[in-house]
Design a protein around this ligand. Structure first.
Ligand code: F6P
Length: 329
């Protein structure tokens, strides 16, 4: 047993067989992520985790040795779980494990690959759906159809942030017992915050609404927002999301004018949608700038989406900057 689930885990999933299948699958993912966490903790002792394999993933990012190893570990774990289909950032196509099983799992097996060699938090993101009759329709659907979503963080602590649609919980891996134990039962994101996260080096590529919002943040107390702002950017989505869950703030990876970045950098299926699910369940908000992430229907497996999430007030404010675009232009 990799996780000691509280008796309330997944209590909102009414169908008992489905609830058991989800629990079993999360146990399998937790077992896999304990292995990945162990490899991360050994870092350079494992030799070449951050080395490029010479291949690129579906999105053209250079694949690192740990990306590939993590994908293999997750695949092996899901083969032991009630999972029909697996969609991974590291695989062009959906992998059919056993079409007779009830679930479909999507994952970014190793999020934050550029931080592998830097001893900075990285993670694994996952999303669980009820499987449909065929592989593609099991994933090409609304994010709001997820029955479970979350992410593991490999940092000073190894943790699991998870939701089944009845609040967001954090489990922490106890290094003494080797078991994930419930640490925070019902996470709540503060509604307002003056901390923002964005890769500011892309400033000159952003659309006007994002540029106007950040420029107003930079003007601080004497600007139109009337407050001093602070900036943080880890460069691992899981770490930025975990910080925002802990103390509020806003994360933005908007679309920009670089080649291939019209819809930002992050993938809807296995990055934006599961993060949006845990954020909303913790009382926050997640949009593509204006519309709710979980209301977007996936058209292609590896589709990108602009992502803005965090405390309700600043996320709403970014929406307002988009809606008053005409005044800004
Ligand atoms: O695609 C994954 C990712 O590494 C995220 O974890 C992170 O938020 C983002 O990309 C970092 O992008 P950039 O390298 O542009 O800062």
């Amino acid at each position: 047993m990799a996780i000691s689930f509280s008796s309330t885990f997944a209590k909102n999933i009414m169908d008992g067989e489905m609830r058991a299948a989800v629990s079993e699958t999360v146990q399998a993912l937790a077992e896999a992520c304990k292995q990945i966490s162990h490899i991360c903790a050994r870092g350079p002792l494992e030799h070449g985790l951050g080395a490029e394999t010479g291949a690129a993933n579906t999105d053209g990012d250079a694949q690192k040795a740990l990306d590939v190893r993590s994908d293999e570990i997750i695949t092996a774990a899901l083969e032991t779980a009630p999972v029909a289909y697996y969609a991974s950032e590291e695989q062009d196509d959906i992998v059919t494990l056993d079409a007779s099983k009830p679930l479909a799992v999507a994952s970014d097996p190793l999020d934050g690959s550029s931080n592998i060699d830097t001893n900075v938090s990285i993670g694994t993101i996952f999303s669980i759906f009820e499987a449909k009759d065929d592989a593609r329709s099991s994933f090409l659907r609304l994010g709001s159809e997820q029955i479970c979503g979350g992410f593991f963080v490999y940092g000073p602590q190894t943790s699991l942030v998870i939701t089944t649609g009845a609040g967001t919980q954090t489990y922490v891996l106890d290094p003494d017992s080797g078991v994930f134990s419930l640490a925070i039962a019902d996470m709540k994101i503060v509604p307002a915050s003056t901390e923002y996260a964005i890769n500011a080096s892309n400033h000159h590529h952003w659309d006007k609404p994002i540029r106007a919002y950040i420029e107003d943040c930079l003007l601080g107390a004497s600007g139109p927002l009337g407050e001093k702002y602070n900036m943080r950017w880890v460069g691992s989505l899981v770490a930025d999301a975990n910080r925002i869950l802990s103390r509020g703030g806003i994360f933005m990876y908007p679309g920009d004018s670089r080649d291939g970045y019209a819809h930002g950098r992050l993938r809807l299926l296995y990055e934006a949608a599961p993060v949006a699910f845990v954020i909303e369940q913790a009382g926050g908000k997640a949009t593509d700038g204006t519309g709710r992430i979980l209301d977007i229907s996936l058209d292609t497996l590896h589709q990108r989406v602009p992502l803005v999430f965090g405390s309700k007030t600043p996320v709403q404010m970014v929406g307002d900057y988009h809606n008053k675009k005409q005044d800004i232009l």
